[in-house]
Write a protein that binds this ligand. Structure first.
Ligand SMILES: C[S@@+](CC[C@H](N)C(=O)[O-])C[C@H]1O[C@@H](n2cnc3c(N)ncnc32)[C@H](O)[C@@H]1O
Length: 192
């Protein structure tokens, strides 16, 4: 599914994506925050980070800098003030070039359906940044009611499998109230 920046802005402005800030979406983000705090604290690059809901769950001491790369400036206007620097880049993750900016953790949560060759972009960003410790990927899990989503997630996971990255942890979060779930993978790179 490809959606223009203007469409994302219009949809955020209309409230279409407000549910992302609701409580039933927070468990998966809290798990991501826990991984950051325990394994890859420091500069966090949140690809498709939207309103920065992830930051609600990150202990402030675990983040030294937060970089949100998102096509929607309407979404990013709502990223709350933080005690550490926050950068916002209104652009596709496919075009983002980090430079050697000292990123510790890359997060791509519920965004990779919207770009082609998803894993290759994350790989290119991680290589250019250099020294990335953790990479977190979150995609919707298999769901009988949403067969297309399952297909998209499966395709993207196989791209990551081909990269052969060191998988450290994986978590499945399932909301039994609405039968929606997510698979999260945590890749940890030994930088010693
Ligand atoms: C489903 S939301 C996920 C938001 C948040 N990461 C989360 O896990 O709740 C998808 C987000 O990706 C952004 N987005 C869509 N296509 C994108 C792209 N090509 N590059 C960067 N961000 C994109 C949208 O504006 C939106 O904020």
């Amino acid at each position: 599914m490809k959606v223009t920046n203007q469409q994302w802005d219009a949809e955020y402005a209309s409230g279409r994506w407000d549910f992302l800030s609701a409580r039933h979406e927070q468990t998966r983000l809290a798990v991501v925050a826990s991984f950051i705090a325990n394994y890859a604290p420091g500069c966090v690059l949140d690809l498709g980070g939207g309103r920065g809901d992830l930051l609600r769950w990150c202990p402030p001491a675990s983040v030294s800098r937060y970089i949100d790369v998102d096509v929607s400036q309407v979404a990013m206007a709502d990223v709350p003030e933080q005690p550490f620097p926050v950068e916002k880049h209104v652009m596709s993750l496919a075009d983002y070039r980090p430079g050697a900016t000292g990123i510790d953790c890359i997060v791509a949560s519920e965004v990779l359906y919207f770009v082609d060759d998803a894993a290759s972009h994350i790989d290119a960003i991680a290589r250019e940044a250099g020294g990335v410790t953790g990479i977190v990927i979150s995609l919707v899990a298999a769901n009988r009611k949403k067969p297309n989503w399952e297909k998209a997630s499966g395709r993207i996971w196989s791209q990551f499998d081909d990269l052969g990255w060191p998988l450290h942890q994986s978590v499945h979060v399932h909301n039994h109230s609405n039968d929606a779930g997510w698979d999260l993978r945590f890749y940890l790179f030994d930088r010693d």
